[in-house]
Design a protein around this ligand. Structure first.
Ligand SMILES: Nc1ncnc2[nH]cnc12
Length: 175
């Protein structure tokens, strides 16, 4: 399999090049199972976390360990939007995502008892890769619907030009 070198916080990985849509090849970032890469990314992102952040908000799946390490280091809680409905969810916030970056339309789900943790809070969004910015936009809508306020948007990698302001610490090419 063809690979591509990505570097963040001084740590390099040779990751698979995938083609989610014909003619568009992207390096596949994967934080799951790689504590050294996660720690390097979290350390690089930490100075970009806005002062006054009270809770982080992220999505399944790859950004979860990144958000966990960041949250643990800063002594803050975090909330995770799910990508599937779970049977136990009550009155969930359901948010469509317009993104086609990975070739699939998506829906984010947030159980009400976790949405309550965002109420009246200053929230920083955390992602692994920001590309079109549509996932971030959907996350921001969810925070608003939950009664919170977004004070920061962070992603480890930027790929292309997202339509909204996101702070990142590394670049990914579209090949
Ligand atoms: N390059 C990438 N790797 C992993 N997840 C992504 N989501 C959007 N772009 C991605």
């Amino acid at each position: 399999m063809e690979t591509y070198p990505i570097t963040i916080g001084g740590v390099t990985r040779h990751v698979p090049l995938i083609e989610p849509l014909p003619g568009r090849r992207i390096p596949l970032v994967e934080f799951l199972g790689d504590p050294e890469l996660v720690r390097a990314a979290a350390r690089a992102l930490r100075p970009l976390v806005p002062e006054g952040t009270e809770v982080f908000f992220t999505t399944e799946t790859s950004p979860i360990p990144l958000t966990h390490v960041l949250a643990e280091e800063m002594g803050l809680p975090y909330v995770v939007a799910r990508r599937r409905r779970r049977p136990y969810m009550e009155d969930p916030i359901i948010q469509e995502v317009q993104t086609l970056t990975l070739g699939v339309g998506e829906v984010l789900w947030l159980d009400r008892r976790f949405a309550e943790k965002l109420l009246n809070q200053r929230v920083t969004l955390v992602s692994d890769v920001v590309s079109s910015g549509e996932t971030m936009r959907a996350m921001e809508r969810m925070v608003g619907r939950a009664g919170g306020r977004v004070v920061g948007r962070l992603a480890a990698f930027r790929q292309g030009s997202p339509a909204l302001e996101v702070h990142t610490v590394a670049e990914l090419p579209v090949l």
